[in-house]
Design a protein around this ligand. Structure first.
Ligand code: E4P
Length: 226
């Protein structure tokens, strides 16, 4: 499983990239609003993220029609070669996904909550599909079991040649809220987890690691002083 960081915050992206295990970034309008982003600076901000990270950087369309999404998608894809256009799984979104994929533009189909939405997104040429875990939990459903169903269903088929070139569709486990969400996504075979910075930090921490380091340091002091 690859790790993406789910944030528009440049400091967080730089720090996550410095750990050496970051494969990409996802953003959405809410994450951009959270950092106080300005409309006129949006494309420049995505360009700054693409300078930090070589891997896929998702930038979301805010249009509601296929024509608008296609126009947004072309503009966003022109920012940098690693931009992925994020589009919601609606009829208009699927039509825009097909049109952009046919032009060689990679699309991340977002706001996916069930198997049929995921398979339709793959058939429409999505390069990435983003099932949301936490938001499904928020309405009293089981986000992880829904993600497991989507992973299993997509793995039943070979979507090579349906999207951009012969690239295989990948599932991005999204709306992850805890280390357990990330662990379970890995166990069920999600290709990618996109993780908020604070959760990503917790993914590398364990109290026994800290305790082990303290013990090794204390014992090494004994060796030095012997
Ligand atoms: C990423 O692609 C999604 O937009 C994001 O993970 C949504 O997370 P949230 O449900 O915590 O807002």
């Amino acid at each position: 499983m690859k790790f993406f960081v789910d944030t528009a915050n440049l400091d967080e992206i730089k720090e996550a990239a410095s750990w050496g295990a970051l494969a990409g970034v996802t953003t959405n309008p809410s994450l951009y609003a959270r950092i106080g982003g300005k409309l006129e600076d949006f494309e420049a901000h995505i360009a700054r993220i693409c300078e930090i990270v070589d891997g896929p950087v998702s930038a979301e369309t805010v249009a509601m029609t296929a024509e608008g999404m296609i126009a947004d998608g072309r503009r966003l894809a022109a920012i940098a070669p690693n931009v992925v256009v994020k589009i919601p799984v609606t009829a208009e979104g699927l039509a825009a996904t097909r049109a952009l994929a046919d032009e060689g533009i990679r699309v991340n189909v977002t706001l996916v909550f069930n198997v049929t939405q995921a398979i339709l997104a793959a058939r429409a040429g999505a390069r990435y599909i983003s099932p949301f875990v936490g938001r499904f939990d928020d309405i009293g459903e089981d986000g992880l079991s829904q993600l497991a169903d989507i992973v299993a269903a997509v793995q039943n088929y070979d979507f090579r040649g349906v999207g951009v070139g012969d690239e295989e569709v990948e599932i991005i486990a999204a709306s992850l809220r805890s280390v357990n969400h990330v662990s379970q996504a890995a166990l069920m075979g999600a290709d990618i987890s996109t993780v908020p910075f604070n959760v990503l930090k917790k993914c590398m921490q364990h109290p026994l690691t800290d305790r082990g380091i303290d013990t090794f340091m204390a014992d090494w002091e004994k060796v030095r002083n012997a």
